[in-house]
Design a protein around this ligand. Structure first.
Ligand code: PMP
Length: 387
């Protein structure tokens, strides 16, 4: 174990190798720091120096606020990875996909209609969709909850609906598809995790409105850079209008950093970062499955292996999150069960699911994952019949 500057809070000793007893494992947040070692390896080529007089203007030379060079690199990356069709489509930038999502809801909602568009998602879903839609209270859109109530009903033929489709899904890694169809149904496809780190890429996504983020691609969540790939010109223009009223475009410094990072990825035709990302995530998934293989108390989601067009071979599952289920009748609060064993995950209810489920992040730093596995081994070994 090589200490960087100081030990992780759970380790001590001269080489940070002594795990402190009772120190809690943090597998809660979705900060993708598992990619840090890749960027350490490429520290020089990914470094950026910006003089004080650079990038001062609101706009670029073409009078727009988004870099055409960066846009070109994004299109090139999608085409290389084969995860999204960007031909004849517009691209818009945002401060993380978080801001792009708010622009998308605005753009797909009616203008001054008698009733608002209902925003829905299939449980379990990423909390932000509900939290943000409710926060930006509007007469034009309203969060309505789960898609179930709208499936196979004639109301989806008359009510304006906006369905969030997250694929792979946060929290359970499933390749979700839109479940609502009809003349007034629109979808926002959140493709944050549709990269070879987290899933085989069977085909380019070609939905009307797809959202991506640098956060889960390079791991630079702090750069706050995301984008949407949009088919319809009117939707693109409404999103552009929203962005310009909301923040007058995206930080030029973020755009510059995103470009620098994409150049490093593209130099190696994406192979190195995606191989590193996939191998890391796959190894963690295997270790977790092995740790739970003897357990009757806990189970994990099932994800089948699949052919990946990018790697040109069948790939094993490598999801960003484990969606753990407590199987015992009495373990209704699975988060509390894990917390008592010093494992801090995220409650199922935060994804509008039962608290019998907990989301465990696989994408944090290695130390967090290692401590988690140690704590989990201790917990599983206490099960009757084991040992
Ligand atoms: N969509 C999904 C499905 C996510 O998991 C996240 C981050 N956890 C986001 C969007 C937002 O990410 P960001 O704003 O960093 O792009």
């Amino acid at each position: 174990r090589q200490p960087l500057c100081e030990c992780h809070t759970c380790y001590s000793g001269p080489d940070c190798s002594q795990l402190l007893p009772n120190c809690a494992a943090n597998v809660d947040g979705g900060d993708p720091l598992f990619l840090e070692p890749f960027w350490m390896k490429h520290a020089a080529s990914s470094a950026l120096v910006v003089s004080g007089w650079h990038r001062m203007s609101y706009s670029y030379d073409d009078d727009t606020s988004s870099s055409k060079v960066l846009e070109k690199h994004i299109r090139k990356l999608h085409s290389l990875v084969g995860n999204a069709d960007t031909d004849n489509r517009f691209i818009i930038f945002g401060a993380g996909s978080t801001q792009v999502i708010s622009a998308a809801i605005y753009a797909l909602s009616p203008d001054n209609a008698s009733s608002p568009a209902r925003v829905v998602a299939s449980i379990p879903y990423y909390r932000l969709y509900k939290a943000q839609t409710e926060h930006f209270k509007s007469v034009d859109f309203k969060f309505e909850g789960d898609t179930t109530a709208w499936r196979n009903t004639s109301t989806s033929n008359t009510t304006k609906l906006i369905e969030f489709v997250t694929s792979p899904n946060n929290p359970d890694g499933q390749m979700n598809r839109a479940v609502l169809h009809g003349p007034y149904v629109k979808a926002i496809h959140d493709r944050a995790y549709y990269w070879p780190h987290f899933t085989p890429i069977p085909a380019p996504a070609d939905e009307d409105l797809m959202i991506f983020t640098l956060s889960k691609l390079t791991g630079h969540a702090g750069t706050r850079f995301g984008w949407a790939v949009i088919k319809d010109k009117n939707v693109y223009e409404r999103m552009t209008n929203h962005m310009s009223l909301n923040s007058m475009g995206v930080s030029k410094d973020s755009q510059l950093r995103a470009l620098k990072l994409l150049k490093v990825i593209l130099e190696r035709k994406g192979r190195e970062i995606f191989e590193f990302g996939y191998e890391t995530m796959k190894a963690r998934w295997e270790i977790l499955n092995k740790t739970l293989s003897l357990s009757n108390r806990f189970s994990l989601q099932k994800i089948p292996p699949q052919y990946c067009n990018f790697f040109q071979e069948v790939k094993e599952p490598s999801p960003a999150y484990a969606w753990l289920k407590c199987e015992r009748e009495e373990d209704k609060d699975c988060h509390a069960v894990l917390k008592a064993a010093n494992i801090m995950g995220r409650e199922g209810s935060r994804f509008s699911a039962e608290d019998r489920y907990v989301r465990l992040s696989m994408i944090r730093r290695r130390d967090d994952f290692d401590i988690f596995i140690e704590r989990l081994k201790e917990l599983v070994s206490k099960e009757e019949g084991i040992n």
